[in-house]
Design a protein around this ligand. Structure first.
Ligand code: SAM
Ligand code: SF4
Length: 360
């Protein structure tokens, strides 16, 4: 064997350089949301039009292998710590448990969660937990059946409640409920929903409605603000700011006690309020998003996307994919998809994609 062949002897597989998803504003994203599908079995008025949307074709969606590969690159190369699968409705994907298992097998330490409308969760929760799911958020805006049917344009409240019960029975903790409060629709039911969640052991989080609806009917004047939600809850409950530091979490958590109770007494539970419109938390944002067709969105409100699917299908290696992803995140806008400071600024333009197509 010559010296030259020795020096050219097999090298250890090159570990990709460890990059980070940092941006020009000093933020680093380590919280990944992957949308697995744009389709949904509900038609929430703040998210989708009644007739649905032109859905992506099957071959335009990330395959299970591609979704797992992107999650793996996110964790192994780019420092992602939390992965959430969303949509559209992630439970519409029959291979959801395969995707969760694929990521879990490679990354035993990472948090893997889903955001779901809960329909069919009762039949899938065991396989999902077995596959390695760590947390679940179920979206539920009201516990009044008629109001539910009005918001979602489908009469399916009992299925969502069955999904929630199954999630609780599976031992996942905490089971979170996401609710969007809407003027003249469910705002009067804010206290009822909170009481119901406290009674059933679910951690409720209200989200201010954002202008990401297909109908472009969002209007600031109809916004049910975080302040208003707090004020409504305060008619029945004492709210005390959660002592646990909030970090980059979008929800401000409040300990809930009966009205007049001492702050030293045991809390009934916690409620979160995400003031996505009125109290921007963009400066602490740690999110990076991949759409169901494999594009990076650095911000929920972005006007721009960067294609990773083409790279995956074109044979790019992990390092190339990671660098393209990191470059896309470097350009992350300051706030609300632009340099806007609030959603009232003229710089703010509603993105073309709706929440269902972005992956909320
Ligand atoms: N289908 C699943 C669900 O409903 O949980 C996952 C996708 S959905 C787009 C994710 C979250 O986005 C839900 O909690 C939903 O309530 C929220 N969402 C959708 N449109 C919204 C909007 N315009 N403003 C605020 N939240 C919204
Ligand atoms: Fe479907 Fe979720 Fe959008 Fe409702 S919010 S239409 S459940 S994707």
């Amino acid at each position: 064997m010559t010296a030259s062949t020795v020096s050219a002897a097999p090298t250890a597989p090159t570990a990709p350089t460890r990059l980070r998803l940092t941006d020009r504003w000093g933020r680093t994203a380590d919280d990944l949301r992957i949308s697995l599908i744009d389709k949904c079995n509900l038609r929430c008025t703040y998210c989708m039009p009644a007739e649905g949307l032109p859905w992506l074709k099957k071959d335009e969606l990330l395959t299970a292998e591609e979704a797992v590969r992107l999650a793996d690159i996110g964790v192994r190369v780019l420092g992602v710590k939390d992965i959430r699968f969303t949509g559209g409705e992630p439970l519409v994907r029959k291979d959801l448990a395969d995707i969760v298992r694929g990521v879990r097998t490679m990354h035993p330490e990472v948090s893997i969660s889903i955001t779901t409308n809960g329909i069919g969760l009762d039949k899938r929760i065991d396989e999902l937990v077995d596959a390695g799911l760590t947390r679940v958020n179920v979206s539920l805006d009201t516990v009044d059946r008629e109001t539910f049917a009005r918001v979602t344009r489908r009469d399916r409240l009992p299925q969502v409640i069955a999904g929630l019960e199954a999630a609780k029975a599976s031992g996942l903790e905490p089971v979170k409920v996401n609710a969007v409060a809407m003027r003249g629709v469910n705002d009067e039911g804010v206290v009822d929903l909170t009481t119901w969640c406290l009674d059933h052991g679910y951690q409720l989080r209200f989200i201010e409605q954002m202008p990401l609806d297909a109908d472009h009917s969002w209007a600031r004047k109809n916004l049910v603000s975080a302040a208003e939600i707090r004020q409504r809850l305060s008619t029945v409950y004492e709210l005390t700011e959660d002592p646990v530091p909030r970090g980059s979490a979008p929800a401000q958590l409040w300990e809930v006690r009966p009205r007049g109770a001492s702050p030293d007494s045991t809390a009934l539970g916690k409620v979160g309020i995400i003031a996505s419109v009125t109290e921007s938390f963009c400066a602490a944002c740690s999110r990076t998003r991949i759409t169901a067709d494999g594009r990076v969105r650095s911000c929920l409100f972005s006007q721009e996307e960067t294609d990773l699917m083409g790279l995956l299908r074109g044979g790019a290696d992990d390092e190339d994919v990671a660098r393209t992803w990191a470059t896309a995140m470097w350009g992350k806008p300051r706030a609300y998809g632009s340099d806007a400071v609030t959603l009232n600024d003229p710089e703010y333009v509603q993105p073309e994609r709706t929440m269902s197509a972005i992956g909320g």
